[in-house]
Write a protein that binds this ligand. Structure first.
Ligand code: ATP
Length: 236
């Protein structure tokens, strides 16, 4: 079941050891071709949800199925998912390109040059990919981190606050990158605390507040229609 669906999250609950319930009754899907925004203020449970679906944290109950299976270490499904959940560090004296090659070699997976180049192309790194990362701007560093998650062109791309600290033109660029990525049957799940950003970059949104979903659906239906969305976002 769900073997062809990038992500199915079902009735997820996560209570931390101290008893704090960070996520409750969270369920949604990410289908091929969609860029889904997980939108909510700080502390809403976005990172917890992404960590559960990446197999970095165990849920208290419910589950998250990636192509029909929960992600566990060593799972063959892992090669079909790319994630930026914790900001990666880059070696400052190597170029962006060299950093990505080194990262990919460390994964031990075969390198398909064409896919590697296509990921760099989609991420819009341009010639500066050959400069040392110590000279990168914040925006360039973010783009490199996203390119890293895209290497191998995984069918599901999961990004935690990828536009954090970017300026409006860079966010507009992100729209191009994510929309382009979600073609050829690929899908993207991206978290954000900015309504405008989700509006600009996503096809669908799942709005969370205090660990629960308050609205979900195509972005055009969500934005402006739901008072609860305005409420949760003004909480930021
Ligand atoms: P942010 O944008 O700040 O990362 P978020 O929506 O991603 O917010 P989470 O990081 O998932 O939210 O955190 C949700 C809630 O769970 C927060 O109130 C946080 O303090 C709490 N929390 C996170 N990790 C733990 C932990 N290990 N133990 C206890 N509480 C935690």
């Amino acid at each position: 079941e769900f073997a062809d669906t990038p992500l199915v999250v079902r009735d997820l609950r996560k209570a931390y050891d101290d008893g704090f319930v960070a996520v409750e009754r969270v369920g949604f899907r990410v289908e091929r071709g969609q860029v889904v925004g997980l939108l909510g203020p700080n502390g809403a449970g976005k990172t917890t949800t992404l960590r559960v679906l990446m197999g970095l944290t165990m849920p208290t109950s419910g589950d998250a199925l990636v192509f029909g299976r929960p992600l566990v270490p060593g799972s063959p499904i892992l090669s079909r998912v790319g994630a930026l959940v914790e900001g990666p560090g880059f070696l400052p004296h190597l170029s962006g390109y060299e950093n990505l090659r080194a990262y990919w070699q460390a994964t031990g997976r075969p390198l398909e040059d064409a896919r590697f180049e296509e990921a760099l192309e989609i991420a819009g790194l341009g010639d500066s990919v050959h400069r040392r990362t110590k000279n990168y701007s914040h925006g360039m560093r973010q783009r490199l981190a996203i390119a890293q998650a895209m290497l191998g062109l995984p069918e599901l791309l999961v990004l935690d606050e990828p536009t954090d600290g970017l300026d409006p033109p860079q966010i507009a660029e992100m729209r191009r990158v994510l929309r382009r990525y979600a073609t050829d049957g690929r899908a993207v799940l991206v978290s954000s605390h900015l309504l405008a950003e989700v509006e600009q970059t996503c096809t669908h949104a799942v709005v969370v507040n205090k660990g629960r979903i308050v609205a979900a659906g195509p972005v055009d239906d969500i934005v402006g229609e739901s008072p609860s969305v305005q409420l949760s976002v003004s909480d930021v």
